[in-house]
Design a protein around this ligand. Structure first.
Ligand code: NDP
Ligand code: HSE
Length: 442
């Protein structure tokens, strides 16, 4: 049992950006309701930022500091809120806060995915909380659901859209005909993108989130480097249009499943999902996570996965949770990764080459006799069977490449990859082939 706190809960913030400002706004607007729910109020003592010359909202007046010690060494601060991002110095500040006996709330999925296996046991040993609802899918309370609501079930699979920026970009390209760069600029202007947006469009952010989700869902200590990752940078307007002709939408997916042999299938990549599916209907910065419980069956959670206020809502809900624990002197009751640390396993991760699914394949070829037959021949030799095919008519004469798109029957990933490598060497091919998975049961 920890000592009970019977005064305002005092917090110190690292980060005065999109999420930091959202937190101050939410604390101001909802102060009364929060106090009535928590049994105590929340007082912001200090907000630490880095750039002394950056213009800021007046909400930060009287709170700003550029010295981390003003939070870390203030004995009156109960909870450190880390919304600055990156591995360092964020990791160092979180570690020092825990060692000083302060609970921590963070939205930093990179830090949790890469260092959670060190920081979470440290916080449990120090009997302080390290909460991270905002780190996965922004405003959607999926961490709480996995940690608490599904504590009696066995999660066998999860799939979702967990990067708002990538979903926003693909939606803007499809719905408004924007090009990739314009759509990314829109996501940045709206505050959805990471400081380094290659994490979003390269799939790294979704991989961090999937590592966290898989740890909680499957009781497995999953590391991001174990997850096969592809971003959305190679999805072109032509793929979006071709997918639509076949009745599909391209979505940035994160997929996890427990396989019968005890291994985990973990993948982050764009995929074609049927137009009539739930995943296809999740547009813009909306996220979705579908959890498949052995007892419960499917459970779908959707909402805004990025943006100042949805993210701030998750952060402040965590502060309220920590605050309730402080008011009752009860930190550490619920394991932060849903499973008690000593029961987290390290199951094998299934090699991506073993995965079987239907495929969308696009080839840029010169429209000459025999080209299609040669492509089909190589696919057949690798046991990849064509289900449907479309060839775009000749555009500006016979030297102009045309797109040939094929949808395959179920094929093993390693066979598809081998076949594509051989096809790229064929006469008449003018660019690298594109391959996207078609996600069944989406
Ligand atoms: P921003 O880039 O808008 O803000 C980051 C803030 O952290 C800035 O105020 C910056 O200071 C401060 N900062 C960065 N480095 C340091 C440092 N070394 N020392 C002190 N302060 C520092 O990021 P966001 O608010 O968008 O994101 C913050 C975190 O929340 C990230 O981990 C992100 O992944 C996560 N997140 C973001 C979501 C979103 O929708 N934006 C959604 C879910 C999670 P300064 O202002 O001086 O530059
Ligand atoms: N950059 C992230 C996204 C923020 O676009 O989803 C939310 O984690």
């Amino acid at each position: 049992m920890n000592a009970r706190v019977s005064r305002p809960i005092r917090i110190g913030l690292f980060g005065a950006g999109v999420v930091g400002e959202g937190i101050l706004r939410l604390l101001e607007d909802n102060a009364g309701a929060i106090e009535r729910r928590m049994g105590s109020s929340i007082e912001v003592r200090r907000v630490v930022a880095r750039d002394t010359g950056r213009p800021r909202s007046s909400r930060f007046d009287g709170l700003l500091s550029f010295r981390p010690e003003d939070v870390l060494d203030d004995p009156e601060i109960d909870v450190v809120v880390e919304v600055m991002g990156g591995l360092e110095p964020a990791g160092e500040y979180v570690r020092r806060a825990i060692e000083a006996g302060k609970s921590v709330v963070t939205a930093n999925k990179a830090l949790l995915a890469e260092r959670g296996h060190e920081l979470i046991p440290l916080s449990e040993a120090r009997r302080v909380d390290l909460y991270f609802e905002a780190a996965v899918a922004g405003g959607i309370p999926v961490i709480r659901v996995l940690r608490e609501a599904l504590a009696a079930d066995t999660v066998v699979a999860l799939r979702g859209i967990v990067n708002g920026t990538s979903n926003y970009i693909l939606s803007e390209m499809r719905e408004r005909g924007l090009d990739f760069a314009e759509a990314l600029a829109g996501a940045q202007a709206a505050g959805y993108a990471e400081a380094d947006p290659t994490l979003d469009v390269g799939g790294g952010d979704a991989t961090h989130k999937l590592a966290i989700l898989a740890t909680l869902a499957f009781g497995a200590d999953v590391r991001p480097e174990e997850i096969a990752t592809e971003g959305i940078t190679e999805v072109g307007a032509v793929d979006i249009e071709m997918a639509s002709r076949f009745g599909y939408v391209i979505k940035p997916l994160a997929v996890g499943a427990a396989r019968p042999d005890g291994s985990l299938d973990l993948r982050v990549h764009p995929a074609l999902v049927p137009e009539a599916s739930v995943l296809a209907s999740i547009s813009g910065a909306l996220n979705v996570v579908v959890l498949e419980g052995k007892m419960l069956g499917p459970c779908l959670l959707s909402g805004y996965g990025a943006g100042a206020l949805p993210t701030a809502m998750s952060v402040v809900s965590d502060i309220v949770d920590v605050g309730r624990n402080l008011v009752f002197g009860a930190s550490g009751r619920v394991p932060q990764r849903a499973w008690r640390g000593e029961h987290l396993a390290r199951p094998p991760i299934a090699p991506p080459g073993q995965h079987e699914c239907r495929w969308y394949l696009r080839f840029s070829v010169l429209d000459r006799p025999g080209v299609l037959a040669r492509i089909a021949g190589v696919l057949g030799a690798f046991d990849v069977s064509i289900e449907q095919m479309v060839q775009e008519g000749r555009g500006g004469g016979s030297d102009e490449p045309v797109h040939v798109v094929m949808l395959t029957h179920e094929a093993r990933e390693e066979n598809v990859r081998h076949a594509l490598r051989e096809i790229e060497l064929l006469k008449g091919m003018v660019a690298r082939a594109r391959a996207l998975r078609i996600e069944a049961g989406a």
